[in-house]
Design a protein around this ligand. Sequence first.
Ligand code: AMP
Length: 316
Amino acid sequence: MFKKIWKIIKEYDTIVIARHIGVDPDAMASQIGLRDAVSLTFPKKKVYAVGNGTSRFNYIGKLDKMESFEGALLIVVDTPDQKRVDLPDLSSFAYKIKIDHHPYVETFCDLEYIDDTACSASEIIMQLIENTKLCCNSKIAQTLFAGLVSDSNRFLFNSVTSNTFALVSRFLKNYPFDLSSLYHHVYSRPLSEVRLQGYIGENMIVTDNGVGYIKITEEILNKFHVDTASAGNMANEFNFIEEILTWVIITDDPKNDRIRINIRSRGPEVNKVAERYHGGGHKYASGAKVSTFEEAMLLVNELDEVAKQYIEEHNL
Ligand code: AMP
């Protein structure tokens, strides 16, 4: 399949690389890493990485602006369904490729490569580079590593295998880059976020079935001087708490007039529940959107049921 993707990349002079809305480091890194690898290999091709960015991820690279997609090749990374692609219209592309590591949701491209065992979309782009004549350099390797290390939560998730470590090892050897300066960018955060983390730890409610949840209202966001995305992104910080199997951060999103939900788990599978609340994602890391805190509590109750079953099935 990598050879097929390579052949199609070779055919097109204009290539647009898109990814999901609500950009995160893996979506952005896989997109920018692929763009830069294609540009390095084919300097005459026009290659664009598009979508809404955030200054938070400036260290990964710059996005491009593009007016017309007529006749171009589209490659969508890290996105399982069309409605989550951060592009207004997919109809004018000549050919579409999907490269993703989410569980399958729908087919919307001409060629789809899905490996839901991969720890990140960036890992798949690294494999694509290794298995084709796509060129790489230290900057591209560093970008892709940033995506991989973020989505695997520093190699903590069980989607990380010996193959992941071997792949990273080869990239570090072949295209050396400075890990510590990268970690500085990936993990630096303002004190306001650490203070909010303390608030979450103190106020999280934990059910008998190990579901921890916290509601972060607009008032709390203002009190701690953080935005909705920063609060939600904190979900990864609450892993490995003995009493908690599933945890949910429910954050007011006043700008979009909705409530954003970030769900993580270290056992019960959460994506099916998320899908019932305008969301989705991975088995153990999902997101959803609801209109009210009451609706969010319905989701928490469903997760509690799933956690209960999990505890019974595993004699915990
Ligand atoms: P997050 O909690 O935002 O980091 O998202 C965790 C995972 O769930 C990522 O793979 C996202 O792409 C996915 N996800 C988050 N929100 C949604 C949503 N509203 N619909 C579908 N997938 C989502």
